[in-house]
Ligand binder design. Structure first.
Ligand code: PAF
Length: 288
């Protein structure tokens, strides 16, 4: 439920934890939306989902260095705290936790979390240091913001599984809620990285969503052989010269292990470089 009081901005982990614990003591249900900022409609839909079912909503804004590889876009990742705060204030978010890198990773920090097989395929194979960085920062954020529920987007499907595995294996008392991907009018998934795209690249970026739609249609028509689906999807991408496909994966929903036939709930996931920008998208091909 939207609050009328203004959003508080907190940089200190100790202060954030104390405020959340006090609110919980008073009986409030706390919702939490971890983000890296540069908020778009996808993030805001997570905040709204939290506002709907929780008494107070906390959003963290932290561009987490440990989840970026050495040649990735950590330095140019979009940052606009002022605008993010305005948007969150308007929605009725209770607290924004925006720590510095030193606050999250004091000198001497070394622990990295390996959640096992769900982090091994797709993004985990393409970016080996990514999920240890995500799992580590999410656990740290859950310690600082001990929320009842935390909200993540389906757009980062494998990340949602990594977080669920982490919560289960390390007995974190936070419920993970996964919300649908929010798309632009033409189908392109909302992403902070879309801001990097030129007009022409933005047109080419549509190829990811179109590839998912193509595969879904083929499956609905009875094509279940993954080799054939892959062939048709690669053929589709060949018509987009500005797009370099990183991977197209057909994986069992929930385990993200590769399948050869679509004979169980299957997620198709795609990662591609459009110019210098790496984009990902995914969709369940069959089942509910
Ligand atoms: O999805 C993101 O924005 C990030 O991976 C997360 C979960 C905030 C961790 O840094």
């Amino acid at each position: 439920m939207p609050s009328t009081a203004s959003t508080q901005l907190i940089h200190s982990a100790q202060e954030a934890r104390a405020a959340v614990e006090a609110a919980k003591q008073s009986g409030d249900v706390i919702g939490f939306v971890p983000t890296m900022g540069a908020l778009h409609e996808g993030h805001l839909s997570l905040v709204e989902a939290s506002l709907d079912v929780c008494d107070r909503t906390v959003v963290s804004i932290f561009v987490n260095p440990t989840q970026f590889g050495p040649n990735e876009d950590l330095d140019r990742y979009p940052r606009d705290l002022e605008q993010d705060l305005q948007r969150l204030e308007k929605l009725g978010c209770w607290m924004v936790f925006a720590p510095s890198t030193e606050e999250m990773y004091p000198p001497g920090s070394e622990t990295l979390i390996d959640v096992g097989s769900v982090a091994g395929t797709m993004e985990g194979a393409a970016r080996p240091t990514h999920f240890p960085g995500v799992a580590t920062v999410v656990l740290k954020l859950f310690q600082i913001v001990p929320a009842d529920r935390a909200f993540f987007g389906q757009k980062d499907y494998q990340q949602t599984l990594v977080v669920k595995q982490l919560v289960r294996d390390l007995s974190v008392p936070t419920e993970v809620v996964v919300c649908p991907t929010v798309r632009e009018a033409d189908g392109v998934a909302m992403s902070s990285r879309n801001a990097y795209l030129s007009t022409d690249e933005r047109c080419q970026a549509l190829s990811l969503w179109k590839s998912l739609q193509l595969a879904k249609q083929l499956v609905a028509e009875g094509v279940t052989d993954v080799t054939e689906l892959n062939r048709r999807v690669q053929q589709h991408f060949a018509a987009f010269p500005g797009v370099e496909v990183d991977y197209v994966a057909f994986v069992e929903a929930g385990t993200v292990q590769p399948v050869t036939t679509i004979d169980r709930p299957t997620v198709m996931a795609v990662a591609a470089r459009v110019g210098k920008t790496r984009l990902i998208d995914n969709q369940l091909l069959n089942g509910a």
